[in-house]
Design a protein around this ligand. Structure first.
Ligand code: UD2
Length: 290
């Protein structure tokens, strides 16, 4: 967003998962450290600023974490977002587009692969339930109240600036941290589970494209690379890029974990702006960044 001249950005983050160092230092960026679950505060912020665009990314961003704290997940991942769209509706505030980050988790364990947006869903955890419910609410608000909304289901995002410090961090950030700092790594399960790893720069391009494309309205799009890779395979790629051997052990699978996940990205590809950084290139950039 900051690439557009004269654009100003307001970021709200309680830093429970992210880091202040990842927020660009610029006089065009206002950073507010606050929880999005403070409904009065968030409504007031929206009413006072009348933003052109809303990018709803804040979340308890881990399936496993949501299994540990389901009610808090609901408050952050659903209620806080509903408060924002309800404020926009109630106050009749004009805006250009609202983007919500839903998740591949909504597809659950259903066997159809690759995952297409029109397939059945199976939300197996509170995380998936809240992402799906919020996605539906946002699309319904768009349809019922003529508001410009768009949702995307993120697959497994990786790349520079991802925080490896939490046990709930993305697996690639943990793996790379273990490799570079000679720490032990645990596979939950046998490492045969597969994911669709999508480079963070491609996700940013996709969000920008969805905000700026009028045809992408009141609809949901997969944001993914469209390739299926096992944890074992990606571990070998990281070993070869770092020249180090992973000190790995195997633990029981995580509760709520899905075994396989990969996307059909043709719906977003048809809009013409989606970029697909090959996994080996994205991993090389990631390794170079640490
Ligand atoms: C990712 C997203 C989540 C949601 C979901 C959709 C992250 C952090 N989470 O969850 O927000 O969108 O996709 O399906 O990106 N694993 C290990 N060892 C570790 C850590 C993880 O073996 O130290 C395994 C884990 O059990 C899982 C796989 O790696 O099978 C990927 O785990 P993850 O936490 O990176 O992402 P996932 O797919 O659970």
């Amino acid at each position: 967003m900051l690439q557009a001249p004269d654009t100003t950005v307001t970021v709200v983050d309680d830093l429970s998962m992210g880091s202040v160092n990842n927020i660009p230092q610029s006089d065009r960026v206002t950073f507010i450290q606050h929880t999005i679950t403070d409904h009065e505060f968030m409504s007031q912020l929206v009413i006072e600023n009348k933003f052109d665009y809303y990018v709803l990314l804040a979340a308890i961003a881990s399936v496993a974490d949501s299994v540990e704290r389901p009610y808090e997940t609901h408050q952050v991942n659903q209620e806080a977002n509903l408060n924002i769209i309800e404020t926009l509706r109630r106050e009749k505030l004009p805006f250009k587009k609202l983007f919500f980050s839903s998740s591949a988790a909504v597809y659950g364990q259903l066997p159809e692969m690759p995952k297409r947006e029109d397939q059945a869903v199976q939300p197996l955890t509170q995380y998936a339930v809240d992402k799906y419910a919020t996605e539906r609410a946002i699309i319904n608000y768009g349809r019922l109240y003529d508001m410009p909304m768009v949702c995307a289901r993120f697959f497994n995002v990786y790349g520079p600036k991802q925080n490896p410090a939490s046990p709930y961090s993305g697996v690639l950030s943990i793996m790379l941290d273990c490799l570079t700092n000679d720490k032990p790594f645990s596979f939950f399960g046998d490492g045969s589970q597969t994911r669709d790893f999508v480079y963070v720069g491609d996700v940013v391009n996709a969000i920008r494209g969805l905000l700026q494309t009028p045809a992408a309205r009141n609809d949901v799009f997969n944001i993914a690379n469209g390739k299926q890779t096992s944890l074992m395979t990606v571990a070998k790629q990281l070993e070869s890029l770092t020249g180090k051997k992973l000190n790995a052990s195997f633990k029981p699978g995580r509760s709520g974990d899905i075994h396989d996940s990969f996307a059909d990205a043709s719906k977003i590809n048809a809009l013409g702006f989606m970029t697909h950084t090959p996994l080996e290139d994205g991993l090389a950039k990631y390794v170079a960044s640490v």
